[in-house]
Ligand binder design. Sequence first.
Ligand SMILES: Cc1cc2nc3c(=O)[nH]c(=O)nc-3n(C[C@H](O)[C@H](O)[C@H](O)COP(=O)(O)O)c2cc1C
Length: 204
Amino acid sequence: MKKALIFALGLLMLSCAPKGDTAAETASFDQLIHMRRSVRDFDSTKTVSEADVRSIIAAAQEAPSWTNSQPSRYYVALSKEKADAVREVIGDWNRKNTEGAPVFIVSTFVRGLSGFRRDGEPANEVGEGWGAYDNGLSDALLVLKARSMGYDTLIMGGRDADAIRGIFDIPEQETIMAVIALGCRASDPQRPARKPLDEILTIF
Ligand SMILES: Cc1cc2nc3c(=O)[nH]c(=O)nc-3n(C[C@H](O)[C@H](O)[C@H](O)COP(=O)(O)O)c2cc1C
C-alpha cells in the first residue's frame, strides 16, 4: 500500500501540469497568447495524462467550422511505442527538436465537408481550403489550451504524411495536416519577431 502511494506520488510529480506552471494557469488571455511559443527543447522526464489530452482536444472541438461541419480529426500517440514511431517519420530536424516530447497529436480534416454544399459541390473557389482553414482554427485552440494547462507544443508541417497514415491507419478521405508535439518545455524559447502591424493590416 505504502509502495503504491509512493509510486502514485512519483507519477504525479512527473507531470508538469496542472500544478507545474502556475504562471500559465493564472495567465490572462493576452498573456497566454504571448506565453505560447513553438518549443524545440522538451523535458523528457515529464509526461501528459490521457485526461489532459482529452481536455486539450475538447477545447479544439469548440472551434468554429463551416456550417458546424467539424471536419477536424485527431490521432494521439500517447504510448512510447507510438510516439517513437512518429518521431521516426518527421525528419531529422523535427526529430532532434522533439526528442523529449512524450506525446504527438496528428491533426487531419475529412475532405468534402467544410466548404461543400449538400449536393457535394464546393460552395466557392476555396474548395477543400476551408477544411484546412477549420483545422487550423481547431489547432490554434489546441495549442492555447495546452499552454493554459502548463504544456508546450510544436506544430510540424514537416512530416511524411504517407507514413503517418500507416502508423494510425488514417482513412484516405482525411487530409493529414500537422503533427503536434506535446509536452513540457526544458528551456524558454525566444519569441520570433513579428512583422510590423501595418505590413499585415489595412484599415479602410
Ligand atoms: C503550419 C505550420 C507548420 C510548421 N512546421 C514546423 C516544422 O515542421 N518544424 C518546426 O520546427 N516548426 C514548425 N512550425 C513552427 C513555426 O516555425 C513557428 O510557429 C514560427 O516560427 C513562429 O514561432 P512561434 O510559434 O514561437 O510564435 C510550423 C508552424 C506552422 C503553423
